[in-house]
Design a protein around this ligand. Structure first.
Ligand SMILES: Nc1ncnc2c1ncn2[C@@H]1O[C@H](COP(=O)(O)OP(=O)(O)O)[C@@H](O)[C@H]1O
Ligand SMILES: [Mg+2]
Length: 498
């Protein structure tokens, strides 16, 4: 009796250990071994094993096997439906077989080949969310007696534990993968594409200033990637694990901007029902990016100057000076020196925000980046739309490389997105890039032609682009142009379109 009690106590200890493991899942293989060993000991079985079902091969393989032949048996694989384990894995029903010799499902080759005499077997499925992922089985009692109904019940409990552990481990694996994917996606979202000397130079300067706290002013036309550069500075600098807060100074009128930047105390004004933390405070220890700073009103300019000089600020309606440690990066597409000269922008503030100045070159001054960027954006939009075979035609690429891109990379990104949506899904053609429509000549738009000649020229060109769009399919082209197919054929003959 005493012996039995110590056994139970040690089993309980093991179960407690298992519960702790199941909820944390540090090492799945060790945990599964522990579960099977404990089950074996509790039921006093001769051997036991855990088999996993590989859904691809439809085979069961031994993950854990105890007993004197435990190591030998691991080399075997069992087909789904084969033997008792295969039967349970296929049907999902637990089985108890007191005498295997009497059961036609018994697959004796394995136990014979390893020389393991078997009398009785109990086998139960492991399920995760109703799906069978494997089985657990035990063979005979150590004292030679047969496995009983109550053993089957105990075995089921352990099989559930094992299934739970496997389910948890898979979920953690899945979540980890998802986090990595998201991180990569985020990284690629902020990746700066381009090999031009001009871009490389500004990036290497940015990396140099990243380690310091010097205020940095990024100049450049709109859409050149100023915000992207600011993110790079934050990301490679010592503040990378703290937030980078973005504020667009042009988007808000002065009072709202002040509220956004500094926050307010409860009751600061009607409607201020609770304290609000402003962006400067949110950016503490991190970076604040003041976009379009050139649009800031004179009143806001003085308030910003004060926080830069003193390193403290006041919430609206508050009288407590709040210290912050914030790295300030600003950007503008305006000619800010001119604004200073004209008195629109405070000179003292300008010097404060402009300790380091970086200039983003416009796209037309780094045309060698255009093709790279085009392929990069095409990749992104292809993934989003699942049109994996889409390519950019040479004609369209030539046009893009020659175009001046007044809206820079933002314009290009938008143009490509539109081309992917509107195009034929196989090739991006010049006419899918409407940004250029205004730079290409309308056919027939010249003085000296009659109206009829001009419209004929236009019609011919119009039909050509529609046919190209449908890869020569006349029915579809006619449908797009809302004319009869027969009429289209007549026009094709008339204008000699090939
Ligand atoms: N070199 C680049 N590589 C990849 N994407 C870029 C690059 N430059 C700009 N972009 C993208 O173009 C858009 C405009 O960039 P942004 O940084 O907002 O420009 P700005 O702040 O100068 O107006 C954004 O979607 C940005 O991700
Ligand atoms: Mg911007």
């Amino acid at each position: 009796m005493d012996n039995r009690l110590t056994d139970i106590n040690s089993s309980i200890e093991h179960i407690n250990e298992i519960s702790a493991w199941v909820s944390s899942v540090q090492d799945l293989d060790r945990l599964l071994e522990l579960i099977i060993e404990t089950a074996t000991r509790m039921m006093d079985a001769k051997a036991s094993s855990l088999l996993m079902l590989d859904h691809k091969t439809q085979k069961l393989y031994f993950k854990v096997a105890t007993g004197v032949k435990g190591t030998d048996i691991k080399q075997f694989e069992i087909d789904l439906g084969q033997g008792i384990a295969g039967y349970v894995a296929q049907t999902g029903e637990p089985l108890l077989i007191p005498d295997v010799a009497e059961d036609p499902r018994w697959y004796k080759e394995i136990s014979e080949s390893i020389g393991f005499k078997t009398q009785s077997i109990a086998c139960v499925p492991m399920k995760v969310n109703g799906e069978i992922i494997g089985v657990v089985e035990i063979i005979d009692k150590a004292d030679g007696s047969s496995i009983r109904d109550e053993d089957l019940k105990i075995l089921s409990v352990f099989a559930d534990l094992a299934a739970q552990a496997i389910g948890n481990a898979r979920k953690i694996e899945h979540d980890k993968k998802e986090i990595i994917d998201l991180k990569n996606e985020l990284q690629s979202k902020y990746e700066i594409i381009g090999e031009s000397k001009a871009l490389r130079k500004v990036i290497s300067d940015a990396i140099k200033v990243a380690s310091s706290k010097s205020t940095t002013l990024i100049l450049g036309e709109s859409g050149t990637g100023k915000e992207l550069l600011a993110r790079l500075i934050h990301r490679v600098g010592p503040r990378k694990d703290e937030p980078m807060i973005v504020l667009n100074c042009a988007a808000l009128p002065e009072t709202l901007l002040e509220d956004e930047l500094f926050g307010h105390e409860k009751g600061a004004y009607t409607g201020a029902v609770a304290r609000k933390i402003g962006k400067f405070e949110l950016a503490d220890r991190g970076t604040i990016f003041l976009d379009e700073i050139g649009e800031m009103s004179p009143g806001m300019q003085s308030k910003l100057l004060r926080i830069l000089q003193e390193g403290v600020f006041y919430r609206v309606g508050g009288n407590k000076a709040i210290p912050v440690d914030v790295r300030v990066i600003s950007a503008t597409n305006r000619n800010i020196e001119e604004d200073v000269a004209q008195g629109y922008f405070r000179e003292d503030l300008y010097y404060r925000i402009n300790v380091v100045q970086l200039q983003m070159p416009p796209l037309r001054e780094r045309r060698e980046d255009i093709a790279l960027l085009a392929e990069h954006f095409l990749d992104i939009f292809k993934k989003e739309r699942g049109t994996s075979n889409l390519v950019i035609s040479k004609e369209a690429m030539d046009l893009m490389v020659e175009y001046d891109w007044p809206g820079n990379i933002r314009e290009m990104k938008n143009a490509l997105e539109r081309a992917v949506v509107m195009g034929n899904g196989k090739q991006i053609l010049p006419e899918d890039l409407p940004a250029f429509a205004c730079t290409t000549q309308y056919p027939g738009l010249e003085v000296g032609l009659s109206l009829k000649e001009a419209t004929d020229l236009f019609k011919k060109e119009f039909i050509v682009i529609n046919l190209r769009h449908t890869e020569g399919n006349r029915s579809r082209a006619a449908k797009t142009m809302k004319i009869q197919r027969t009429y289209l054929s007549r026009l094709i003959a008339k204008y000699g379109i090939t």
